[in-house]
Ligand binder design. Structure first.
Ligand code: MN
Ligand code: MN
Length: 331
């Protein structure tokens, strides 16, 4: 590989293959994927679209997740290609691209911003690219599901400290505590094919917890997670979602704040990063249609580790999506 860089006959473009270039060089992109700069012309042919949703108009407490995509791109400079356990190279299996951020023109208007997020992912969905996004607060998952789950309700593997099935807050049903309730109400999610993992922390009302249970979601509080262990939780997740289309939504506050302090609503006593990585690897072979990593809030991320965690979770999910897409292509 070194010879390639020493060879004067190598083309200019080959020198700047983002996977071969020095990792600290060039414009930072998600997981060092090539950047799509002309969304209209270049989107067709992308298998997996890595996208940023720099929006935190739905937070109930500390803002800052709007800065998540940029810092996850920065920390993505540390990422490499071949998975050390599965030996998957997602970039070799599929055409993976960073398609940029949702282009907001009315971010101060929550309803308009939600529509802009939905419209962006509708365009990704129209070319049959699988979306893998970086938030943003968790409200963004609802308009993403509006874009990709209209044809039929989907299953969801949801890792979070919070069920995010709460109702209206401060005058809006569109907030980061409600995306999955809105999606169930719209028929975008089959709640009996949804599992919520890592739930914990005191609440001032029981409404959200109860809503999940009433709708038939499988809710695994952190105590049950610890009692069952990772492998049994994986088996339960696979049982719940089955072989139907399934979305993965990872809120970094599902992790213990030791691993992910840079988030708006931290809850102590959460998953370790190793547990999260093993959990995600246990989802290989499912019929996965997209995913997101949300609630990375760089203003609270003193060391940058939460953004590195965010990039690493995106990489784990990317490997799953790449296998799913490559399998669907060959099967
Ligand atoms: Mn959440
Ligand atoms: Mn949360």
């Amino acid at each position: 590989m070194a010879d390639k860089f020493m060879n004067d006959e190598v083309s200019y473009d080959a020198r700047f293959d983002p996977k071969l270039a020095p990792r600290y060089s060039e414009i930072a992109t998600f997981l060092r994927a090539p950047l799509v700069t002309d969304f209209d012309r270049e989107l067709a042919g992308v298998d997996i679209a890595l996208a940023g949703v720099p929006y935190d108009g739905g937070v109930t407490n500390r803002p800052g997740a709007r800065h998540g995509p940029r810092e996850i791109r920065n920390q993505s400079s540390l990422m490499r290609s071949i998975h050390h356990v599965t030996r998957i190279d997602p970039h070799a299996l599929c055409r993976v691209a960073d398609v940029g951020d949702v282009r907001f023109s009315a971010v101060m208007n929550n309803d308009a911003a939600r529509a802009e997020i939905r419209d962006f992912f509708e365009r990704v969905h129209a070319v049959r690219a699988l979306p893998l996004s970086a938030g943003g607060d968790h409200s963004v998952t609802y308009p993403i599901l509006e874009a990709i789950a209209r044809e039929r309700p989907v299953g969801v593997v949801h890792i979070d400290a919070h069920t995010d099935t709460w109702g209206e807050l401060q005058g809006s049903k569109f907030n980061h505590g409600s995306p999955f309730r809105l999606a169930v109400e719209d028929g975008l999610i089959d709640p009996t094919r949804m599992i919520q993992i890592g739930i914990r922390g005191a609440q001032n009302a029981e409404d959200g917890w109860q809503y999940s249970l009433d709708k038939g979601m499988r809710v695994i509080f952190i105590e049950e997670f610890e009692d069952l262990g990772v492998e049994a939780v994986i088996a339960e997740a696979r049982r719940v979602v089955g072989d139907g289309p399934t979305y993965v939504s990872f809120d970094v506050d599902g992790l213990d704040p030791v691993f992910a302090p840079g988030t708006g609503t931290p809850e102590v006593g959460g998953l370790t990063m190793r547990e999260a990585q093993r959990l995600l690897r246990g989802l290989r072979g499912l019929n996965l249609i997209g995913g997101d990593v949300v609630e990375v809030a760089p203003p609270f991320d003193q060391t940058g580790n939460t953004a590195l965690v965010g990039a690493t979770l995106m990489y784990e999910i990317l490997c799953l999506l790449a296998e799913a897409r490559a399998g669907a292509r060959s099967g």
